[in-house]
Design a binder for this molecule. Structure first.
Ligand SMILES: CCCCCCCC/C=C\CCCCCCCC(=O)SCCNC(=O)CCNC(=O)[C@H](O)C(C)(C)COP(=O)(O)OP(=O)(O)OC[C@H]1O[C@@H](n2cnc3c(N)ncnc32)[C@H](O)[C@@H]1OP(=O)(O)O
Length: 155
């Protein structure tokens, strides 16, 4: 299976965080494990993603949680469809609400691993819980409400 954002329709693939068609963006890639029902996004911040020297800027961490959550919501809504995993398009979600808890300073250098789980799902809305690890240490926790883009918007 490819990453979730690979399956977004072209018109939904320009997001600064996770759009595969945005060369200036982070291009976060989220993988969904259908058996564990868990998502995973890995990202290595660049040296300029600095808060204070040695630590990652919180806004970048929030972006990671944000796009990782919309992708997790997308995969969770894809589960409701009869088409196979490796066949697009995937539903596209936007973020209705985003909570981020910065538990510890996140060191700049290691690859960050965001792990997401579906806390709630209805036909249109998914609540996603995310944990971000740096070198195996949990530094950030997130919770997002993501909502499927209404039919006929963009795409
Ligand atoms: C990017 C802007 C999108 C605009 C669309 C343009 C056309 C599409 C083209 C290209 C899209 C590409 C997309 C890339 C996206 C990348 C990721 C981001 O960066 S997202 C950017 C930040 N997020 C927003 O800007 C959302 C702005 N908000 C909204 O558009 C609406 O408020 C929306 C769609 C989120 C919900 O509004 P309702 O009127 O359609 O739906 P209701 O019925 O009110 O809510 C649905 C469910 O969500 C809950 N909900 C809504 N807002 C909530 C909130 N703030 N907190 C918690 N729950 C909330 C409600 O309680 C309801 O839940 P119950 O079904 O009853 O269980």
């Amino acid at each position: 299976m490819n990453y979730v954002q690979f399956y977004y329709p072209e018109g939904f693939a320009h997001c600064y965080g996770c759009g595969r068609l945005n060369p200036e963006g982070h291009q976060f890639k989220t993988y969904w494990d259908p058996e564990k029902r868990e998502s995973r996004t890995e990202f290595t911040p660049k040296p300029y993603h600095t808060a204070i020297p040695g630590f990652v800027y919180g806004g970048l961490l929030a972006s990671l949680v944000d796009c990782h959550s919309t992708a997790t919501g997308s995969a969770a809504l894809k589960e409701l469809e009869s088409t196979p995993w490796d066949q697009g398009p995937y539903p596209r979600c936007v973020t209705a609400s985003l909570e981020v808890q910065f538990l510890k300073p996140t060191p700049l250098g290691p690859t960050l691993v965001a792990v997401g789980r579906v806390l709630e799902r209805s036909e249109r809305k998914v609540v996603v819980g995310t944990e971000v690890y740096a070198d195996g240490v949990l530094t950030v926790k997130g919770k997002a409400v993501v909502v499927r883009i209404p039919e006929g918007w963009g795409g």
